[in-house]
Design a protein around this ligand. Structure first.
Ligand SMILES: [Ca+2]
Length: 432
């Protein structure tokens, strides 16, 4: 009874010890504070006599020997089963532990890989962000350049539009100019046509005293005439009796009531009284004599009531002048006939000279020197605008002179210069 009790007690102690060791090992494997390099404890059973029944070898090399009395009934069979159970439990624990360790290692590797991948991803993200920022900057630059290009394009479009407007204006101006030119041409053509139509019939507006005479007027007197190039017209004295009449008077002297010692403007515009002494005016004479071929008739009378005349088949002033006033109204004279002798042909081609405009060939001013105004050369053979000195005078050539009839010291009582268009039937009337 005692042995049995002791043996059972011992067995119980052994099993308790084994369970305690197993629990310790289990605890040490699961809550290990020792370094991971210590392996799991080894448990072995010994069959030989004198050896410990069970030996537990720790990972640090220390051993625990468990001795059992050799006379103890053999319960090894019964012992072996729990031992086997314990061994398989330990194995399974060890496997599970190593599995866990393996899994933990794999997890760690995975974690490391994950960390590495995260690092790479972060680096990649940083690079991507940098690239994104740079792209955004580029986009901003591109946007600014695009804006600049758009504003430049707008400016170009505006310029193009303005130039188009200017081109349209220029085209319109040219078109208007062409239209007005066409109108002008048309009106000139109409006027020329009218003039040509009027010429043969000598229509209602008389160009000179000849037209008035042709219209039936036979009375000497003052009439209005409308030369082609002086359409506003002016008044003249018409001689309707001399040689069939139709003479337009351009100069008349009879009593010395009007001074003829005047300047350029007076001779250009005319002065005196149409019904008495007067000078018609260079402008008017020019307007008349460029209409047609004119002839000149000059009546002269002395204080003894002797009369004479000089006739020139060709007469005009400024006929070839672009600006007759500036040119000095040069005299065209030719084809003399008459009773007073020629005292004018030597003045052919001479410009008119007044006391204030010297156009003569003299060193002096012939007008000033001879107190008149004439187509002086150097200086004259006639001086019909000279002083009214009433016949013989002692001064030289400064009166109303017609040298071929009364010399240079006789001032005539009466002079009249008159013109009319030359016609074949008017030639040499004294001879018919
Ligand atoms: Ca001179």
């Amino acid at each position: 009874m005692t042995w049995s009790y002791r043996l059972c007690t011992l067995f119980f102690v052994v099993v308790l010890l084994a369970a305690a060791v197993t629990g310790t090992i289990f605890f040490m494997n699961n809550y290990q504070v020792l370094p991971m390099s210590y392996g799991p404890p080894l448990i072995s059973t010994n069959q030989g006599e004198g050896n410990p029944l069970v030996t537990v070898e720790r990972g640090d090399g220390s051993r625990v020997n468990i001795f059992i009395d050799p006379n103890c009934p053999d319960y090894s069979r019964n012992f072996l089963r729990p031992e086997g159970d314990q061994t398989s439990l330990l194995h399974s624990l060890t496997d599970r532990d190593s599995d866990r360790k393996g899994r933990r290692g794999q997890d760690r590797v995975l974690l490391v890989n994950l960390v590495e991948q995260l690092t790479e991803l972060s680096t990649h993200a940083r690079q991507t962000k940098t690239e994104y920022d740079s792209l955004r900057r580029g986009q901003r630059d591109l946007g600014q350049q695009l804006n600049a290009l758009q504003s430049e394009q707008g400016r170009l479009v505006q310029l193009l539009s303005e130039s188009q407007v200017n081109m349209v204006d220029v085209a319109n101006s040219v078109s208007e100019a062409l239209t007005s030119l066409q109108k002008g041409t048309g009106s000139i053509r109409t006027r020329l046509k009218n003039d040509l139509q009027r010429a043969p019939s000598r229509g209602t507006r008389p160009r000179d005293c000849s037209d008035i005479r042709a219209g039936g007027q036979t009375e000497d007197g003052v009439y209005s005439i409308f030369p082609t190039h002086h359409p506003s017209g002016f008044q003249v004295f018409c001689d309707m009796t001399t040689d069939g009449g139709g003479w337009t008077v351009i100069q008349h002297r009879e009593d010395g009531s009007v001074s003829f010692f005047r300047g350029w403007d007076a001779y250009r515009d005319g002065f005196g009284k149409i019904t008495g002494e007067h000078w018609l005016g260079m402008r008017q004479i020019h307007a008349l004599t460029i209409q047609s071929n004119y002839e000149l008739w000059i009546d002269l009378q002395d204080f003894e009531n002797n009369a004479a005349f000089a006739r020139y088949g060709t007469f005009g002033v400024g006929l070839f002048s672009v600006d007759p006033d500036d040119d000095g109204y040069p005299l065209t004279i030719g084809d003399y006939s008459g009773t007073a002798g020629d005292s004018l042909l030597k003045h052919n081609g001479m410009k008119f000279t007044t006391k204030d405009r010297d156009n003569d060939h003299s060193e002096n001013n012939c007008a000033s020197f001879y107190h008149g105004a004439w187509w002086y050369r150097n200086c004259h053979t006639s001086n019909l605008n000279g002083q009214y000195l009433r016949g013989q005078h002692t001064s030289y050539a400064d009166g109303i002179e017609w040298s071929s009839w009364t010399g240079w010291q006789y001032s005539l009582k009466f002079t009249e210069m008159k013109i009319r268009p030359r016609r074949e039937e008017n030639k040499r009337p004294q001879e018919t």
